[in-house]
Ligand binder design. Structure first.
Ligand code: NAP
Ligand code: GDD
Length: 323
């Protein structure tokens, strides 16, 4: 039985990856952080709890990471933990850098010192591209990194240090450069889930307005379930390497909002207003990923279309918001 160790196991991706690995017969270990509301600290994995090995841990607590990895001796390590909200990274830039950049280095050190024959996956991000777009209108593995947020800058460090450890110490350490991916389990302060939840509240008469920031940025949105499948392929490639994971399609926040409200029989223009508190000091205007390297190497293809993704989220909130 293979063993996996997942940081951020209670996050959106951690929970779907856990389900996927359990189905493949893995023994799954993960860390959660102490929360003053204990029900929140493992809310997304509660239903899997009896099949899991969950410990308290933090990317900032190196001795704890070393102790866990030494005892578990995992075959695969997935570093998914992060302060993952881009706008909030402008409010807490130092904390974001501590966790997303130095936290990744802490885990790489623990990996190198205690289980160097394991494989390591780093959750890198399309936010690292910032303002860079290839001449063909896509971002790929060769597009320069030009981040526009403290989150993006911290992720660039984690991306580079993962490559550096791979080359310097001959470790099996890889990066998945994932474009935005969503699901009903997405935090409700990310734009897709915020729009769907807000629109459903309006539909049910529980709200009258939805406040958003910039509606003119474009994102390449996929489903988290498709992307955790790609993570497993990338970490298990015989040559440690870095891969973009994306659908190749892009939509503006406005188009996405229009789709969701229309699906509910509403006109978004009557309900959506701009609140400057949701604007960012610097915006990333356009993302569209070229994942041909991943598709050619593993025959990966996403199962969800953009419409199917948004429809699943709409159905989820329609069922779960009670009048
Ligand atoms: P998420 O839902 O925000 O989950 C992040 C998880 O990390 C949470 O469980 C969080 O725990 C945990 N965490 C935060 N700080 C930690 C620390 N210091 N030590 C240990 N755990 C900590 O994010 P996600 O959407 O699943 O994304 C997973 C990873 O992929 C993240 O690294 C993210 O930056 C990256 N990524 C995401 C996307 C996307 O579109 N979703 C795209 C590219 C890359 P708490 O609940 O205790 O805060
Ligand atoms: N969150 C949020 N809230 N975003 C808004 C809002 C709002 O009220 N109004 C407009 N937006 C715009 C943002 O300005 C951004 O252009 C776009 O919607 C997407 O925002 P998010 O859903 O917060 O995602 P993100 O693109 O900033 O970051 C996500 O994707 C990255 C990969 O590209 C996160 O999951 C990151 O962790 C991930 O690395």
């Amino acid at each position: 039985m293979k063993k996996a160790f997942i940081t951020g196991i209670n996050g959106q991706d951690g929970s779907y990856l856990t389900e996927y690995l359990l189905k493949l017969g893995y023994e799954v270990h993960g860390i959660i952080r102490r929360n003053s509301v204990p029900e929140h600290q493992q809310s997304r994995i509660d239903f899997l709890r009896k099949d899991l090995h969950v410990s308290y841990g933090d990317l900032l607590d190196v001795s704890g990471l070393e102790r866990l990895l030494k005892n578990i001796q995992p075959d695969e390590i997935y570093n998914l933990a992060a302060q993952s909200h881009v706008r909030i990274s402008f409010d807490v830039p130092q904390f974001t850098a501590q966790v997303n950049a130095l936290g990744a280095l802490n885990l790489l050190e623990a990996f190198r010192n205690t289980c160097p024959d394991s494989k390591y996956y780093q959750a890198s991000s399309s936010e690292m591209f910032g303002t860079s777009i290839g001449e063909n209108g896509y971002q790929s593995e060769t597009t320069p990194l030009n981040p526009t947020s403290p989150y993006g800058c911290a992720k660039v460090f984690a991306f580079n240090i993962t490559r550096n450890y791979r080359k310097s110490y001959k470790l099996h350490a890889v990066n998945g450069i994932l474009f935005n991916h969503e699901s009903p389990r997405r935090g409700s302060n990310f734009v897709t889930n915020k729009v769907v939840k807000g629109a459903v509240m309006i539909k049910k008469g529980l709200a009258t307005k939805l406040e958003l920031g910039n509606m003119d940025s474009y994102r390449d949105w996929g489903h988290s379930k498709d992307y955790v499948r790609a993570m497993h392929m990338i970490i298990n490639h015989n040559i440690p390497d870095d891969f973009v994971v994306a659908t190749g399609q892009t939509h503006s926040v406005r188009e996405m909002t229009d789709y969701v409200f229309s699906k509910l029989g509403l006109d978004y223009k009557k309900f959506v207003i701009q609140n400057p508190i949701f604007l960012r000091p610097e915006e990333l205007p356009y993302l569209r990923g070229d994942s041909s390297k991943l598709r050619k190497t593993f025959d990966w293809t996403p199962e969800y279309t953009f419409n199917a993704l948004m429809d699943e989220m709409i159905d989820f909130w329609m069922e779960n918001i009670k009048i």
